[in-house]
Design a protein around this ligand. Structure first.
Ligand code: ZN
Length: 204
C-alpha cells in the first residue's frame, strides 16, 4: 500500500514537471531566452531526480536506485554546464530574446508546475510518512521562485535591459550546480553507508 501510494505521488509530480518543461521548451525555441533555458533544464533535471525515488519505492532495490541516481546527477551536471556556457556566450555577444509575452507565460507555467508538484509531494509525503518526498516537495516550492526569474527576465527585456536575461540565466545555473552538488553528496553518502532510500532527504 505504502509503496503504491509513493509511486503514484512520484509519477504524478514527474508528469506535471515534464509537461511544464515541454511547454517551456517550445517557448524557448520561440524566444531564445537563456534564463528560460536554464529554468527548463532545471525542471527537467528535477523531474528526472524523481526516477531513483520511484525505482526505490517500486523495487526496494538499493543498487538500482543508486545507479539511476548517479546517472541522473551526471546528466544534470552536464546540462548545467551547457546552460552556463550559453549564458556566458550571450553576455559576450548579446542577443535580444523575443516573444516576451510567451516568455512571461513560460515563467508562469514554471511557477504553477512547481507549485502543483510541491503540493502533490508534500501531501503524499505526509500521507505515507516519507521524509524524502516531503523534502522534494519543499524543494519544488523553492523552485517556483527560480521560475519567477523567467518572468522577471521578460519584464527586464521589455523595459530595455536585455542583459538581465543571461544574468538571470547564470543565477539559475548557479542554483542548478548547487542542487547537483547536494544530490551528489546524498547519493555518494548512500552508496557509502547503504542507508535505505526512504530515510534520505530529497534530491535536486
Ligand atoms: Zn530544483
Amino acid at each position: 500500500m505504502r509503496s503504491r501510494d509513493g509511486i503514484r505521488t512520484v509519477v504524478i509530480s514527474l508528469a506535471v514537471l515534464l509537461v511544464a518543461a515541454l511547454v517551456q521548451l517550445g517557448i524557448y525555441w520561440l524566444s531564445g531566452s537563456v534564463a528560460l533555458l536554464a529554468d527548463l533544464i532545471h525542471n527537467v533535471g528535477d523531474a528526472l531526480t524523481a526516477v531513483p525515488l520511484g525505482v526505490a519505492f517500486a523495487t526496494a532495490s538499493l543498487r538500482g536506485e543508486r545507479w539511476a541516481g548517479l546517472v541522473i546527477v551526471a546528466v544534470i551536471f552536464a546540462s548545467a554546464l551547457v546552460a552556463g556556457i550559453e549564458a556566458i556566450d550571450r553576455l559576450i555577444s548579446p542577443q535580444h530574446p523575443t516573444h516576451l509575452l510567451a516568455l512571461a507565460v513560460a515563467g508562469v507555467i514554471g511557477v504553477v508546475g512547481n507549485e502543483i508538484a510541491a503540493q502533490v509531494r508534500l501531501r503524499g509525503g505526509r500521507r505515507i510518512g516519507s521524509a524524502a518526498l516531503i523534502a522534494d516537495g519543499k524543494h519544488a516550492r523553492v523552485d517556483g521562485v527560480a521560475s519567477g526569474g523567467v518572468i522577471a527576465s521578460a519584464l527586464c527585456v521589455a523595459v530595455g535591459i536585455p542583459t538581465a536575461d543571461p544574468l538571470i540565466g547564470l543565477a539559475i545555473t548557479a542554483v542548478l550546480i548547487k542542487v547537483t552538488w547536494d544530490s551528489w553528496k546524498v547519493i555518494s553518502a548512500d552508496t557509502a553507508s547503504g542507508a535505505p532510500p526512504a530515510t534520505r532527504g530529497g534530491a535536486a
